[in-house]
Structures are given as structure tokens and as C-alpha cells.
Ligand binder design. Structure first.
Ligand code: ADP
Ligand code: MG
Length: 572
């Protein structure tokens, strides 16, 4: 056996290896070329893609160009004009800085780079799978043009992993769209196999651009976010009632750079929590801008991940910026029908300072629910006297009756409202549980559940939150004995609740609250007397976030004249 000697890899091989990280697919090439054009201050960028980008990607810009003597350097690894010394790395203000994109791309394609700093005369250099040819003069306007052909033709393994051209082309379009939303002052065009797909004029608004990519009715229901401070947030957030089963309409960027960041996505989801179903996703387009010194962008070769110095601060900023908009949105007068934002009913609705607490409960973990204090709700049947003591505005509708023992029908001057009695009561109880000290009822005899050895951990994890909710528990293996239960649960439902909680995957307090509210609430099919219905309506009307149940389902549907006219085909 020959001894394994160490040797320096040739530069071509180094580039090839780097390409493995930077260039995953045609869309990554497009991203790097677009970044370069934007870093060069271009105000117009034209993109042409053929064969899903594998055959050809061409990006032409009118930026400042590259000096003739620097042209070969542009294709050299670790050669960049964007940083000079170590300190620069801590405050990156350009999209690129690693100086390896062009070299990497050139090592796995036939690349042609032409550039002119003045217009008229320029210089062009070509490279074939990493082998540079001598530069030649070329006539061209000011700017830079890069053509990348036969991507991965020398890397069969990579070629094999590419998706069909239509898929790769779509990925190119996606990255184009994301970047275009972050550079509204730049005119951009994208054509594919000779056909113009997008032609975006400069000085557009975010909504104008977005409308070209997403359905209009979704974009039109989005609301602007603008939040200033050390973390400056701009963008648009979607209407909760239009949430979708797809998660790809959450586009987040940090300092103008599209990122995939779990922390940010969590902040978004947290802000929508309770307003959308758990398997739904909102539409959110945000650029999060902060001092470049507070974010490290040098953690991922393709720069799609970042690291924040103060994660908590960024999380809170995003969460609060979105929450504020959603909260305000619920007070809009022109709320779309049906099912959406029903709080526009009365323009003079009082502000609801308590509402935002909900989404924050888990975050703040501040709920102290004492075991013995009186509860607002004494039983699972609504009682008028038990309505939360708030300065209440009167219900703007008249209660007419119950349909299918499930929906309460309400009449306004120009609308009919259907309220889901279970969902509405759930919301009321959820609020009560979260804000009022628990009231408990003793059980004689106690309830007893067999606890399997595998469930002991679960019981321990649930112990404290259950106690806070008003349960008195005792663990005498192999049984869990329940001596007291919260007053809002009937005994039969307390049993279901415990079983449900032991089996449930989510154990945070808010999930338990939602679950308990669900078990305590009147059900679909329960016949309510008019006085019970009125009591429920009044309590519901005075509960924050009343338009959604704790799981995010709507509590009511409003049918206005508009809806009637459509149904009766009076109007198109
Ligand atoms: P980076 O962008 O990280 O510096 P690249 O390999 O992408 O590295 O590009 C190398 C250098 O080539 C850049 O620093 C820049 O000076 C120059 N360059 C590349 N593309 C352009 C362009 N479209 N316009 C002007 N200069 C460019
Ligand atoms: Mg670059």
C-alpha cells in the first residue's frame, strides 16, 4: 500500500468542489448572476433561460461593469471587489462577498462573461469547464452580460439529479420572483425559450409586482407592514381567512436577501396562531432590515441562511409587526365577505387591548392560574350573569333562532349572520381559562385512569399545567387519580379531556386551554334555550378575537347584500 500523501488540489478541482456547494441547480446560477447585477447597481436586468436553465442562462445588466484588467479575476476563486479585510465581513452591505460564484459556475459550464465600464468598447472572456481563454475586445453598451451554457455537462452525477426542464425553469422563475420583490426600483424581465414571461417596470409597489405572481384576490386582501426600530420590517401580510394549505407563500428576506430561516417562520406562524388552522399557511412577504453588524450572512455557501446576534429581538419584532397588522385588520370596515374580519361591524368598536395576549401566552408563559379563585363561568352551559365584566358594546344583530341545533341565526339591517355555537363558546371559554383563576369542583368518588409505564413521562409533563387549570391529581401507580376538576368541565367531559391530553402531541398550556375549551363548550347538536343563546351571544361578543375559535376556525359567517345579489344572480 502506498502511503497517503497530502497534496494541494489544483485550482480547477478546488473550484469544482466549491461549485458543489454554491451551484445546486440552474436556479442557483440565476440567483448568483442576479445578485451580481444588483450589486453592480443595475437599474435594468434582462434574463433569458432555455432548457430549464441547464442549456442556457443569460443575464444582462446595465450596472457599473468590470474593468478590463479585472475581467479574468472575476472568474477566479476568492477574488472579489466587495470586501477587502476581515472587518468588512462583519458588516456586509452587498449581496455577494465570497468571490466564488463566478469561478464555481465557470468550472461546471461553458461561461461567457462580457463587460464594459463605459459603453461602446468592452472585453469578453470565455471559460470552458474551468479553462479560461484569452480575453477579446467586444462592442457593447455599459454593463455586464453573462451567458452560462451546458451547466453540469462535465458533472454527470449532478446532471442526473436535475429535475425535468419545466421544473428547473419553474425554480428559476421562483428565485427571480423572490429577488424581484426585494428590488422594486429595478426593471427586470424574464424570458423563457424566447417567450417573455415577466416584464417588470421599475418603481413598482410590492403589491403591483406580487399581483403578477399570485392570485389577485389574495394579494388584494394583504395588508402592508411597516415597523421601524432597530429591526425595520416592511412587506405585506395575508388575510387569515385566506390562509392556504401551501406553505410556499411565506417569502422572507433579511437585508434584501431571500432566506430560509426557521426562527423567522416560527415568528410568522406564532403571529397567526389561533387565526388560522394548524395545517394552514398564511401569505407573508417581508424584508427584515437590520444593522448588518447584527446579522452574520457568512454561514451558508449560497447565503440562504443567516445567523442573528439577538434572535429574541428579531423574533419579537417580526411577531409584533405582524400581530399589530392582523389586530388592526380585524377592525377594518371594509372587511371582505363572507367569513372574514367581522369586526368591521361597528366603526366605533373599542380597542381590545386584551386580544393580543392570546398569541403571546405561550411566549410569555406568564399565566398564573390560581387554583381556588372564583371562575367567571360556573358550568358548561352559558349563563348571562357570567359574561366577562368588560365595558361592552351591544350586539349589533338580533337573535332569531337556532338552525340544526348548531348555528345561531342573527339578523342585522343588511346582513344575516350565522354563528357556530360550539366554536363561539370555545372562544369564550378559551379566553376565560386563560385569563381567570381556575375554579375547581371536588369529585367524590375521584376519577381514576390507568397509566401505562410509557405514559408516565407525559403525566409528569402535564402535571403542572393541569394543576394550574384546576385539576388536583395523585399518581398512585398504576393509576392517575383525579380528585378535583375545573368547574367549566362536566365530569363526563373531564374524563375525555384527560384522555385527550394524555394522548395529545401538543402539551403547551395554550394547547391545553384550547382542548379544555373544546371539551367544556356546548356542542353542535345541543339545543339552546333563547336565554342560553342570548347569554352565549353576549359573552362571545365581548370576548377578544371572537371571530375565530382557538383552533383558528371561523366562529361566524356573514352574508351581506353583496353575497345575496351574487346568489340570486342579480349581479355577476
Ligand atoms: P462576489 O459576488 O462574491 O464578489 P462573484 O464570483 O459573484 O463573487 O463575482 C466576482 C466579482 O466579479 C465581483 O466581486 C464583481 O466585482 C465582479 N462582477 C461579477 N458580476 C458582475 C456584474 N454583473 N457587474 C459588475 N461586476 C461584476
Ligand atoms: Mg456574486
Amino acid at each position: 500500500m502506498t502511503f497517503p500523501r497530502i497534496h494541494q488540489l489544483p485550482e480547477s478541482l478546488q473550484n469544482h468542489i466549491a461549485a458543489g456547494e454554491v451551484v445546486e441547480r440552474p436556479a442557483s446560477v440565476l440567483k448568483e448572476l442576479l445578485d451580481n447585477a444588483l450589486d453592480a447597481g443595475a437599474t435594468r436586468v434582462e434574463i433569458m433561460v432555455e432548457g430549464g436553465g441547464q442549456s442556457r442562462i443569460q443575464v444582462r445588466d446595465n450596472g457599473h461593469g468590470i474593468l478590463p484588467e479585472d475581467l479574468p479575476l472575476a472568474l477566479t476563486r476568492h477574488a472579489t471587489s466587495k470586501i477587502h479585510r476581515l472587518e468588512d465581513l462583519t458588516a456586509i452591505r452587498t449581496l455577494g462577498f465570497r468571490g466564488e460564484a463566478l469561478a464555481s459556475i465557470a468550472s461546471v459550464s461553458r461561461l461567457r462573461l462580457a463587460s464594459s465600464t463605459s459603453g461602446g468598447e468592452g472585453l469578453v472572456v470565455e471559460a470552458e469547464f474551468g479553462r479560461l481563454q484569452a480575453p477579446r475586445p467586444v462592442a457593447m453598451g455599459q454593463g455586464t452580460e453573462v451567458i452560462v451554457r451546458d451547466l453540469f455537462a462535465n458533472v454527470p452525477a449532478r446532471l442526473k439529479f436535475l429535475r425535468p426542464p419545466t421544473t428547473e425553469a419553474r425554480k428559476c422563475q421562483e428565485i427571480f420572483q423572490r429577488i424581484s420583490l426585494l428590488h422594486l426600483d429595478v426593471a427586470l424581465s424574464f424570458s423563457q425559450a424566447g417567450r417573455t414571461v415577466f416584464s417588470l417596470p421599475a418603481q413598482a409597489s410590492l403589491a403591483e409586482r406580487l399581483r403578477l405572481f399570485w392570485p389577485e384576490e389574495i394579494v388584494d386582501a394583504m395588508q402592508p407592514v411597516e415597523s421601524v426600530g432597530p429591526v425595520h420590517i416592511v412587506g405585506l401580510v395575508g388575510d387569515p381567512s385566506r390562509a392556504q394549505g401551501r406553505g410556499d407563500r411565506i417569502l422572507l428576506a433579511v437585508n434584501g436577501r431571500p432566506v430560509q430561516d426557521k426562527l423567522l417562520v416560527r415568528a410568522v406562524r406564532e403571529a397567526y396562531r389561533g387565526r388560522i388552522l394548524t395545517n394552514e399557511f398564511p401569505q407573508v412577504v417581508l424584508d427584515i432590515r437590520l444593522d448588518p453588524e447584527m446579522v452574520d450572512v457568512n454561514v451558508h455557501p449560497a447565503k440562504i441562511e443567516v445567523r442573528f446576534q439577538d434572535e429574541g429581538m428579531v423574533f419579537r419584532a417580526v411577531f409584533q409587526a405582524i400581530s399589530r397588522v392582523l389586530q388592526a385588520g380585524l377592525h377594518r370596515e371594509d372587511a371582505p365577505l363572507p367569513m372574514a374580519s367581522p369586526m368591521g361591524i361597528s366603526p366605533s368598536l373599542p380597542p381590545e387591548p386584551a386580544s393580543r395576549k392570546f398569541a403571546q401566552t405561550r411566549l410569555m408563559e406568564h399565566l398564573a392560574v390560581a387554583a381556588e379563585a372564583p371562575a367567571a363561568w360556573e358550568s358548561s352551559v352559558p349563563q348571562a350573569a357570567a359574561a366577562p365584566p368588560r365595558t361592552s358594546s351591544p350586539l349589533p344583530w338580533r337573535y332569531v333562532g337556532q338552525v340544526a341545533a348548531t348555528y345561531l341565526v342573527l339578523l342585522g339591517t343588511d346582513e344575516v349572520v350565522l354563528l357556530d355555537q360550539h366554536a363561539a363558546h370555545e372562544r369564550v371559554l378559551f379566553h376565560t381559562i386563560a385569563t381567570t383563576p381556575a375554579n375547581a369542583q371536588g369529585l367524590v368518588p375521584p376519577l381514576s385512569f390507568p397509566v401505562h409505564a410509557s405514559e408516565v413521562d407525559t403525566v409528569e409533563a402535564l402535571w403542572e399545567p393541569l394543576t394550574r387549570l384546576g385539576f388536583a391529581l395523585e399518581h398512585t401507580p398504576p393509576c392517575l387519580v383525579v380528585h378535583r376538576i375545573p368547574a367549566i368541565l362536566a365530569v363526563a367531559r373531564a374524563k375525555d379531556f384527560i384522555i385527550d391530553a394524555l394522548q395529545g402531541s401538543k402539551r403547551d398550556l395554550q394547547a391545553l386551554h384550547a382542548r379544555m375549551a373544546c371539551h367544556g363548550a356546548v356542542r353542535a347538536g345541543d339545543v339552546l334555550s333563547p336565554s342560553e343563546a342570548h347569554a352565549l351571544l353576549e359573552a362571545w361578543w365581548n370576548t377578544p378575537e371572537r371571530e375565530f375559535c382557538p383552533h383558528g376556525r371561523p366562529t361566524l359567517i356573514r352574508l351581506g347584500v353583496d353575497a345575496f345579489e351574487k346568489l340570486f344572480k342579480r349581479r355577476g
